[in-house]
Design a protein around this ligand. Structure first.
Ligand code: COA
Ligand code: AMP
Length: 638
């Protein structure tokens, strides 16, 4: 099947209707943009509903689609990846031929270390090209990668190691944050010690700016190797054919409990869906420069720093640095002008950070950003104020779109390549083809336009969305599929207006979103509760001007404990930082006499958050002692 053939629809309405009425036709047509070893004759396998699979009789290799076929089709000399580090500073580019060579060699390294198709490989790396190379190398030999964000500490890494059961862990000597270096190797060693099923091999990319090398760790349980030494002796590995339904990666994300959820992504549906979005949503064609300012440790980085742009034959920019302070609020504009970026994708919090540092966009005036067509935002709601500011200073479409780690690509968007639609501030626009987005009340009844409720998606979800949770089908069904029959529960609440525009208002569970990072208050509570002075606690996400939300802890002390509140705060902050990581941004602690609870003992976290955010709230009739809430309100509203 030719990779250039891709069905095109003329309007959003056409595409959406076809995806609902004739999903087989819609997705088999979209699948023609992918190079298959065995082409699909069938799109959906619903034989095990509500667990669905896409392209059950097809096989392919994702790394072949992201690299080899572009070289085969004459794009070998085109730049595939631009690495720009504002931290080192450094600039490196890889053509498609060069990236293919590095990926093939590292795939050979993994094979030499005994990695075979289906084995898991943990990748714990900063924003350096080797992170993408390691991901694509896993894909090449059918191994399943699991990237762990570098801002997570040893214990979180250990939890993920235990769940994934990797044979190899790929890491680097460290990452660079403003004003400090993050040494990864001591954390890796500690994680391996904490883990019940540690990887037997650790491969380290040494960065000269950061101390620590594989050689320093020869004495520990795993065998440690140096990336460059292994590459020097490696034989390039060819892509292996895997089933479209085989897992490409596991990405852990925060759920409502302390245990992260291992979201499983398949190969075939993922390649089809991401390729479709590059053209139809982002309007990016082969050869154009695309930049996602995120981190490979998050889903946005997986889909749109690594896989999406490379599957589409575009040039992807990988940036190590912050939007502000590295060195200034012109960082984004510098990159756009230097590499002629056509579209930038970032999180609203990053735009707010730029605005705070440079409200009059004086930095912007120093750069030529004429190459930029569109700014895309996701990760949290693009608040109307930030939207208006960005639109004004850029004088270009600023496009919000809503999705989750679970879906891997946008649930709702303004499909710029298919049919640009009017932008309504505060809305990620309309449901993407394949997603039947609806709003239901607590009983599962559909509600009308404008009425707020739970945002749900009619099953099946489209290709590219989660195939399940790693080795935990029960949790998958329980968390997402059993609350409302026939629907996937997004965990977000919101409403749909008369024009079918979706408005996402926030999570309806205990997941919080801090600076575009998805975190679990449950895991922070577990750490806080472990302090010897703490009897019980609640961590809630409260509104934050810059980061969207920030975690705020309320603790009840054990009776008889006498501890200075500031000392306790510092100890709890250090504990969360040590056990979860700096990224948790846990800084606020308030000691309270009691926590508000229902008669069955459930802490009223939602009510606490509503009070703190000055929202309207109703006191649940099941409250055990209303006076506790009255007392707490004074502290929450400060
Ligand atoms: N490794 C180690 N530590 C990290 C880290 C990493 N990869 N990323 C962040 N941290 C640390 C930070 O250094 C900071 O530490 P500190 O408490 O010692 O200062 C802490 O974690 C909190 O980081 P963050 O919340 O990111 O704050 P920040 O001030 O460093 O940056 C923003 C603020 C808004 C600029 C930044 O969060 C950002 O760009 N966010 C966008 C997120 C994103 O892209 N999300 C993906 C969805 S699109
Ligand atoms: P993550 O899995 O880290 O991508 O986080 C997913 C969650 O972030 C969603 O469930 C939403 O709560 C929130 N989110 C992401 N993008 C948006 C958006 N454009 N608008 C509103 N909320 C968003």
């Amino acid at each position: 099947m030719s990779s250039s053939e891709q069905a095109s629809h003329t309007t959003y309405a056409d595409a959406y209707r076809e995806s609902m009425d004739q999903p087989e036709k819609f997705w088999l047509d979209a699948a023609r943009a992918v190079d298959w070893d065995v082409a699909p004759t069938k799109a959906l396998d619903d034989s095990a509903a509500p667990i669905y699979r896409w392209f059950p009789d097809a096989s392919l290799n994702t790394s072949f689609n992201a690299l080899d076929r572009h070289v085969r089709d004459g794009r070998g000399d085109q730049t595939a990846l631009i690495f720009d580090s504002a931290m080192v500073p450094a600039k490196t580019t890889y053509t498609y031929a060069e990236l293919l060579e590095q990926v093939s060699l590292f795939a050979g390294v993994l094979k030499d270390q005994g990695v075979v198709a289906g084995d898991r490989v943990i990748i714990y790396m900063p924003m350096i090209p080797e992170a993408a190379i390691a991901m694509l190398a896993c894909a090449r030999i059918g191994a399943v990668h699991s990237v762990v964000f570098g801002g997570f500490a040893a214990k979180e890494l250990a939890t993920r190691i235990d769940d994934a059961g990797p044979v190899v862990l790929v890491t680097a000597s460290g990452g660079l944050e403003p004003g400090r270096t993050i040494e990864y190797l001591p954390m890796v060693e500690k994680a391996l010690q904490l883990s019940a099923t540690p990887a037997h091999t650790v491969i380290v990319k040494n960065r000269e700016q950061i101390p620590g090398a594989a050689a320093d760790y020869k004495s520990s349980a795993a065998a440690w190797f140096d990336w460059d030494e292994l590459i020097a002796d490696a034989t390039p590995a060819d892509p292996v054919s895997v089933a479209a339904t085989d897992p490409l990666y596991i990405l852990y994300t925060s759920g409502t409990t302390g245990k992260p959820k291992g979201v499983v992504r398949d190969n075939g549906g993922h390649a089809v869906a991401l390729t479709w979005t590059m053209k139809n949503l982002y309007d990016i064609s082969p050869g154009q420069v695309w930049w996602t300012a995120s981190d490979v440790g998050w889903v946005v980085g997986h889909s749109y720093i690594v896989y999406g742009p490379l599957l589409a034959g575009a040039t992807t920019v990988m940036y190590e640095g912050k939007p502000v302070g590295t060195p200034d609020a012109g960082a984004f504009w510098r990159i756009i002008s230097e590499y002629k970026v056509s579209a930038l994708f970032t999180a609203p919090t990053a735009i707010r950070a730029v605005r705070k540092a440079d409200p009059d966009a004086k930095e912007l005036a120093k750069y030529d950003i004429s190459s930029l067509d569109t700014l895309f935002a996701a990760g949290e709601r693009l608040d109307p104020d930030t939207y208006e500011w960005a639109t004004r200073i850029l004088d270009r479409p600023v496009v919000d779109h809503w999705w989750q780690t679970e879906t891997g690509w946008a649930i709702c968007a303004n499909l710029r390549g298919l049919e640009p639609m009017e932008i309504k501030a505060g809305s990620p626009t309309v449901a993407c083809p394949g997603y039947r987005v609806e709003i239901v009340d607590g009983k599962g009844e559909l509600v009308g336009p404008g009425t707020e409720g739970n945002i749900v998606i009619g099953l099946p979800l489209p290709p590219g969305t989660l195939a399940g949770l790693w080795r935990d089908e029960d949790r998958y069904v329980k968390s997402y599929l059993s609350t409302f029959d026939g629907y996937y529960l997004t965990g977000d609440s919101g409403y749909i207006d008369e024009d079918n525009y979706v408005f996402v208002l926030g999570r309806s569970d205990d997941v919080i979103n801090v600076a575009g990072h998805r975190l679990s208050t449950g895991s922070m509570e577990a750490v806080v509760a472990g302090h010897p002075a703490v009897a019980e606690c609640a961590v809630i996400g409260i509104h934050d001007e810059l980061k969207g939300q920030r975690p705020s802890g309320y603790v009840v002390l054990k009776s008889g404990v006498d501890i200075d509140p500031e000392t306790l705060r510092q100890e709890l902050v250090a504990r969360v930082r040590d056990q979860i990581g700096a990224v948790a941004t846990f800084r606020d602690v308030t000691v309270v006499a009691a926590l508000p609870k229902t008669r069955s003992g459930k802490i009223l976290r939602k009510t606490m958050r509503q009070i703190a955010d000055n929202e309207e709230y109703t006191v649940p009739s099941t409250i055990e002692d209303a006076s506790v809430l009255d007392e707490l309100s004074k502290l929450l509203r400060g």
